[in-house]
Design a protein around this ligand. Structure first.
Ligand code: GAR
Length: 204
């Protein structure tokens, strides 16, 4: 069994895509062993509960308030995740950038989902940034990617899957977001299959 930890900060629609794929037998041998949220009101927490998946709510604020460095938070979270026997960490809308204190515990075993193509619009507002760039004529399409997280670079790393997403002349930010999320839900599951397939080949 391959154990995933899915890290979320909000709605968790991509967590839901993974949970559905597992329930439908589309990710054989995979279990969501843990969901971590850094926000108490993240709707994804309810999604995890509905599927009987353990949830850890782990906010950074107490560390910040105590004047402790980010690496302390990251190292403590890595220990918690490890205690659930986790093989792969999936950042699915996780709005926190890990330092090496977390990354080194899961070398080449962290995937990040980002709603833009490689090298484009890093950060928390990628869809709005792409929409604005389209409106000033700078781009014709945007996209989605899933990449490995080898270091502290933001929304960058070896790409496992990517797909272009068109922006249409009559799009609003909401219609573009909906089109991107639909692609994300498919691409994230497909990227998980890809990395696990490569791992199987390596071990065979
Ligand atoms: C997704 O669009 C994901 O790509 C994005 O947050 C959203 C979470 O949606 N992540 C980033 O912007 C990372 N820089 P969800 O909570 O419904 O899965």
């Amino acid at each position: 069994m391959v154990n995933l930890a899915v890290l979320i900060s909000g709605n968790g629609s991509n967590l839901q895509a993974i949970l559905d794929a597992v329930a439908d037998g589309d990710l054989p041998g995979v279990k969501v062993a843990l969901v971590v949220s850094n926000r108490k009101d993240a709707y994804g927490i309810q999604r995890a509960f509905k599927h009987g998946v353990p949830v850890v709510y782990f906010p950074k604020l107490p560390y910040t308030n105590a004047g402790r460095p980010r690496a302390d938070y990251d190292a403590d979270l890595a220990r918690i995740v490890q205690s659930f026997d986790v093989d792969w960490v999936i950042q699915a809308g996780w709005m926190h950038i890990f330092t090496n204190a977390f990354i080194r515990v899961f070398p080449n075993r962290i995937l990040n989902l980002h709603p833009a193509l490689p090298g484009m619009f890093p950060g928390a507002h990628a869809i709005a940034d792409a929409f604005a760039a389209y409106q000033r004529g700078a781009i014709e399409h945007t996209g989605v990617m899933v990449h490995l997280v080898p270091d502290e670079a933001v929304d960058a790393g070896p790409v496992v899957a990517q797909e272009a997403v068109p922006i249409l002349p009559d799009d609003t930010l909401e219609t573009l977001e909906a089109r991107i999320h639909a692609v994300e839900h498919r691409l994230l599951v497909s990227a998980i299959k890809t990395v696990l397939h490569i791992e199987n080949l390596r071990n065979s």
